[in-house]
Ligand binder design. Structure first.
Ligand SMILES: Nc1ncnc2c1ncn2[C@@H]1O[C@H](COP(=O)(O)OP(=O)(O)OP(=O)(O)O)[C@@H](O)[C@H]1O
Length: 307
């Protein structure tokens, strides 16, 4: 059995001439909580729909719990708990009716667990779905996604319809509960400050490409802001710089794999300060960072790029 719950290798997706995913490769280890980060339109939902076998990929390979979702979509859906971003449910059904209706589709549906979630999420059993609030709808979607005790839970921006209190509860209680049970959780989000304390691993997706996949701690250890002298800034290989801006008399640079560079700059007396960044700041540097202008590229002998 593979150690990975999700494997995507060189996955591309295009709609007509529009390329939406381009060579996406990522691996999600079993039992981990994995946050899939990206701005609006980055390709998160498209990737998730490929994982669920709801779309055909144009290129590459996908495995979900060892299965190809295009070949075995029903097996995948039986073992995965999926919450869609824009789930449309049967509005005319009551909450208790949809739970009864969905249950037989799953071989391992747990009625007691469904009842427990319905109670915890304070869902009104006799209310018609069309009369639920957005937050209640998301919570109902979660009940339907989780009551068959899936090995893997895929949530597409679950916090989107929840208010701040509910979101906190979702992150603190629900994800922690799933983590405690050893489930793999893969969820897309753009609320980075909420992802940071709970995700073991993150991938940053931008314009259909994975810019970086890493353990959350490792990413914070690798990506730093360096305050350096203007002279020091010109010695750095511009390809390594994610973001560069003036900082008083000095220059503030955000770089990945900062350790080696920090040492080199420090030995040359060009380093003033190393600043830790949070996930929000790292994401921003990667996705909208201001790269050094070409004319600022070092003319000669830049500090070498570490392997
Ligand atoms: N069926 C389709 N036909 C053409 N383009 C599509 C189709 N589905 C998605 N796209 C485009 O693919 C791009 C990625 O969309 P996707 O919904 O995957 O992004 P996302 O990261 O989930 O964004 P959001 O956070 O806003 O939900 C967008 O530009 C979208 O317009």
């Amino acid at each position: 059995m593979s150690d990975y719950a999700i494997e995507m290798s060189g996955v591309s997706k295009w709609f007509g001439r529009k390329v939406v995913l381009s060579g996406v490769t990522l691996n999600v280890e079993r039992g981990k909580t994995f946050a899939f980060l990206g701005r609006n339109g980055a390709g998160k939902t498209t990737s998730i729909r490929l994982l669920m076998g709801l779309l055909h990929r144009s290129d590459g390979a996908v495995r979900v719990l060892g299965l190809d979702p295009e070949v075995d979509p029903l097996l995948v859906r039986d073992r995965v708990g999926y919450l869609a971003e824009d789930q449309t449910m049967y509005g005319w059904m009551r909450v208790e009716e949809i739970v009864r209706y969905i249950a037989p589709f799953y071989t391992s549906w747990d009625h007691d667990l469904a009842r427990m979630y319905l109670g915890e999420f304070e869902l009104p059993l006799r209310t018609k779905i069309k009369h639920l609030s957005k937050g209640q709808n998301v919570r109902l979607g979660l009940v339907l996604a989780l009551a068959h005790r899936p090995e893997l839970v895929i949530l597409d921006d679950p916090a989107l319809g929840l208010d701040p209190i509910m979101r906190k509860q979702f992150n603190r209680d629900l994800i922690t509960h799933l983590q405690g049970e050893g489930r793999t959780v893969f969820y897309s989000s753009h609320l980075l400050y909420e992802v940071e304390p709970i995700a073991d691993e993150v991938a940053i997706l931008d314009n259909g490409r994975v810019l970086r996949q890493s353990g959350t701690e490792e990413l914070r250890a690798d990506v730093k802001q360096l305050i350096v002298t203007p002279q020091g800034a010109t010695q750095i290989d511009a390809r390594r710089v994610l973001d560069q801006r003036p900082d008083g008399e000095e220059v503030a640079l955000v770089v990945d794999n900062a350790a080696a560079l920090t040492q080199q700059l420090s030995e040359r007396g060009e380093l003033r300060k190393v600043v830790d960044l949070n996930l929000d700041e790292i994401f921003e540097a990667y996705v909208v960072g201001k790269k050094p202008a070409d004319d600022a590229l070092p003319a000669q002998s830049p500090l070498p790029t570490p392997a």
